[in-house]
Ligand binder design. Structure first.
Ligand code: KG4
Ligand code: ZN
Length: 354
């Protein structure tokens, strides 16, 4: 984004689509974040092995006011300095989204601010534009974006800020969901991706079990992870560690088996991503880079594997900084900033999931 194209404004970003309450302040004049605050509910959901929507929305209600105040304080400004409030309005858990959206609308109405509804997935697509110090980097266009979280696995063709199209997505489970479900069977809490990565590293990312890789063609780039998940499950049955009627058999799930399953799963998913990205570069040779974002993009092994694919294809590889891969309000404020410069404001009829 060229700084000269942007009118100077201070944007407050609010993100409450799932289990994080987050707020951030972005200054379009300086082209940098002034603050980025977050409260993660992971500890509240851990015991349930996944997110409980009712608990998520109640926690959002408790945290939204102090988190927004903390973002303003950290930026050393007050609400009077804000021009526009950008808030995630879709997709996500409806109760959680409602808290952020209603809060943002109330604030916009009472303090006479402009408001912009932001699609959470658009936030992820442009999070690689942020450097870890909150400054903005130049993204080459067009590029491919691989966005992978617990809720989605999507490959985009990105033409410019706010201008992108989906070229492939998962037909069933998201990749993060596969990590989370297998980690749960292996006896670990939610979220499982980072645990799978740690276990795999302990055995040097070897492929022990050769789980199946989905086929990919230039004209068929869709992802699918449910077959992989089932293959892992049946392999655990073969090892006597899982009973199809009773579930996991904890005494048979040794540390060695946990490491081997985790490593084989991660290598399989890395191979799938690499094959898809290579085919997508062949289908869209005009693209200049691959960006990588979403919670799963925290995975350093996946980053290294995708870096190699890009090097071979002579393309840049740009991963979002770790703190902007998982859900955050910085990416929402950033999208709000370019939408404000494009005059794309919402009004107080802004509703969730629309
Ligand atoms: O983007 P995110 O915070 O929330 C969603 O929108 O889902 O992503 C969470 C997902 C979870 O599935 C989690 O297991 C995965 O990101 N994740 C990882 C890693 N860290 C988090 N997956 C693989 N490796 C990691 N290091
Ligand atoms: Zn997300």
């Amino acid at each position: 984004m060229e700084a000269s194209n942007i009118s100077k404004a201070i944007i407050l970003g609010i993100e409450t689509s799932c289990d994080e309450t987050a707020a951030a302040v972005f200054d379009t004049g300086q082209q940098r974040l002034l603050s980025n605050t977050i409260y993660s509910q992971i500890a509240l959901h851990e015991a349930y092995g996944g997110i409980v929507p009712e608990i998520a929305s109640r926690s959002q209600l408790e945290k939204i006011t102090p988190i927004v105040q903390a973002a303003l304080d950290a930026a050393n400004i007050t609400i009077n300095d804000i021009d526009t409030i950008a808030v995630t309005s879709k997709p996500g858990l409806v109760g959680s989204l409602l808290v952020g959206t209603c809060f943002a609308k109330g604030l916009a109405w009472s303090c006479n601010k402009k408001i912009i509804g932001v699609d959470h997935l658009e936030g992820h697509i442009f999070s690689p534009a942020l450097n870890s110090d909150g400054s903005v980097k130049t993204l080459p266009f067009p590029h491919l974006c691989l966005s992978v979280s617990g809720g989605h696995t999507i490959l985009y063709l990105v033409h410019n800020f706010g201008d992108f199209e989906i070229i492939a997505q998962t037909l069933d489970d998201a990749a993060g969901e596969a990590f989370d479900k297998i980690a749960k069977i292996l006896g670990f809490g939610y979220p499982g991706g980072a645990i799978i990565e740690r276990l795999a590293k302990e055995v040097a990312f070897q492929d022990f079990f050769h789980y199946p890789r989905t086929k990919v063609r230039r004209d068929q780039l869709q992802f699918s992870f449910s077959g992989l998940k089932t293959a892992v499950l049946y392999d655990l049955v073969k090892h006597g560690a899982y009973d199809l009627t009773k579930g996991p058999i904890p005494e048979k799930i040794t540390q060695e088996l946990q490491q081997k399953v985790a490593s084989s799963l991660l290598v399989a998913i890395a191979d799938i991503f690499c094959n898809h990205v290579k085919a997508a570069f062949e289908s869209f040779p005009v693209t200049r880079a691959l960006t990588f974002t979403g919670g799963v993009a925290c995975n350093n092994y996946l980053r290294e594997r995708l870096t190699l694919v890009c090097q071979k294809q002579n393309k840049d590889f740009i991963a979002a900084p770790h703190q902007f891969c998982t859900d955050n309000a910085a990416m929402i404020a950033f999208v709000g900033a370019y939408k404000a410069s494009q005059g794309l404001f919402s009004d107080l009829s802004l509703d969730v999931l629309k």
